[in-house]
Write a protein that binds this ligand. Structure first.
Ligand code: GLN
Length: 190
């Protein structure tokens, strides 16, 4: 099983480490030619969504990634990656990949709660160590979107068909269960 990790900016190395620990082969996506390789799933890491979006546009990679996701490629997005996937970003007129029918709010917890840890329930997985870093949350979802996790009434984990997205950083807490869920339940079954 080979998983591509978007590696233009952000916490991609941490995801690669987790995937390798779980026995998957990894492939970095840095330039358009990398998309020509075969891969079974895609990870969009945390970082800075504005920078990642700008680079994807400048590198002419946005369209190809969007098409692959629309064609059913399993994708797992964390934090900035969730923002990249969102169809709508609160207070902004543009979006990035835009394949996930939800509205997200960036830097949603304000300055004082810029970063925090929370042990919260993830549907189908159990209590999970969630690391939030200047995180977004999901403000609105469309029909068909499944809520996997919420913190203080705010949605922080969602699945829509082949797309899985969380507002926190599961690659940082030393718990690989969500990555395992992605590999076993979404990639292997695809
Ligand atoms: N604040 C970042 C953004 O808006 C996301 C932060 C993160 O990925 N940890 O893109």
């Amino acid at each position: 099983m080979r998983i591509a990790v978007l590696a233009v900016q952000g916490a991609f190395a941490e995801h690669e480490h987790v995937l390798q620990e779980l026995g998957a082969e990894t492939l970095q996506l840095r330039k358009p030619g990398d998309l020509a390789n075969d891969f079974d799933g895609l990870i969009l890491p945390g970082g800075e969504s504005t920078v990642q979006g700008k680079l994807l546009r400048e590198l002419s990679m946005m369209e190809a990634i969007r098409e692959k996701i629309q064609d059913g490629l399993p994708v797992f997005a964390t934090c900035a990656g969730l923002i990249l996937l969102a169809e709508k970003i609160t207070g902004e007129t543009s979006y990035h990949i835009g394949t996930f029918p939800m509205t997200v709010k960036r830097n949603a917890y304000g300055r004082q709660l810029g970063s925090f840890h929370y042990d919260g329930m993830v549907q189908g997985i159990g209590v999970f160590p969630m690391e939030f870093i200047r995180a977004p949350y999901v403000e609105r979802i469309s029909d068909g979107v499944e809520i996997l996790a919420a913190v203080d009434g705010h949605i922080v984990g969602v699945q829509y068909r082949n797309q899985l997205a969380v507002a926190f950083h599961p690659e940082l807490g030393g718990d690989y269960r969500i990555h395992k869920f992605f590999l076993e339940r979404m990639v292997a079954k695809n």
